[in-house]
Design a protein around this ligand. Structure first.
Ligand SMILES: [Fe+2]
Length: 257
């Protein structure tokens, strides 16, 4: 599993890279936090949504996206910062650093730290719908599926892309109550599908299946109920139309190098 740099290591790295030049007039901690988010992991504040609320329609509707991002996910981020303040957690470090030892923290930190991380990952692996859903390398015109090293790893780990999709959909549909389905890279570099309850995730030391998540699906009702009501399986099927496989491939590369 990927190791995230400590604050001291990060400071040393940024100093070596000359990133401390030109900080006059800027709060160093703010700049450090922003830079840490860009190069070393997830910060403690929401990033702007990288597309419009309407971008994922008709598969995920704009009203759901607006409420999901601006209410639900915003609350996790805000509550996470409250928890960090209450528990003396340094918010300049990557959030991943906290999640990998989450058993040492409160339930508030676990629920909101996980909630914030999971949603930031979720927004990042979604994109405007394409016609496909199968790997381009297998002859389908649209480039909605994985290719290159990621497709190869999926085939090695699951046998085929279709077998991976089937396993992921089963994990999504059978997660009882609220939670997430994941595609993750485990400690041996193998791709694995898992699911977690509530806002837990595979980075956490309390997770049954541990590793670095590269794709996640939010199966809380707040993610789909306005459009799909009780039809979670329809939402899960539609998910493939809005996966940004380039972003997943980038996460795969980062987790395996
Ligand atoms: Fe959510």
């Amino acid at each position: 599993m990927k190791n995230y740099p400590s604050r001291r290591e990060f400071l040393a790295t940024t100093a070596k890279a000359g990133l401390t030049v030109g900080l006059v007039g800027t709060a160093f901690s703010d700049l450090l936090a922003q830079t840490a988010q860009a190069v070393a992991g997830t910060g403690f504040t929401q990033k702007p949504l990288p597309y419009a609320y309407t971008a994922l329609e008709p598969h995920i509707d704009a009203r759901t996206m607006e409420i999901h991002y601006s209410k639900h996910a915003a609350a996790y981020a805000s509550n996470l910062r409250d928890a960090a303040k209450e528990e003396g957690v340094d918010t300049a470090q990557p959030l991943e650093q906290v999640l990998t030892s989450i058993s040492k923290y409160s339930a508030k930190m676990r629920n909101n730290g996980g909630g914030h991380y999971n949603h930031e990952l979720f927004w990042s692996i979604l994109g405007a719908p394409t016609e496909g859903g199968l790997p381009a390398a297998e002859g389908v015109p649209a480039v909605a599926g994985p290719d290159g090293a990621l497709l190869k790893a999926i085939k090695t780990s699951f046998g085929s892309y279709e077998a991976f999709v089937s396993q992921f959909e089963t994990a999504s549909k059978t997660r009882f109550g609220s939670g997430w389905a994941w595609l993750l890279v485990d400690a041996t570099g193998k791709l694995v599908v898992s699911s977690t309850p509530n806002q837990d995730n595979p980075l956490m030391d309390i997770a049954e299946v541990k590793g670095t998540p590269i794709l996640g699906l939010d199966v809380w009702e707040h993610a789909y109920y306005l459009h799909y009501q009780n039809r979670r399986p329809d939402y899960v099927t539609a998910f493939w139309k809005v996966v940004n496989w380039k972003a997943v491939a980038d996460r795969f590369a980062a987790a395996t190098t």
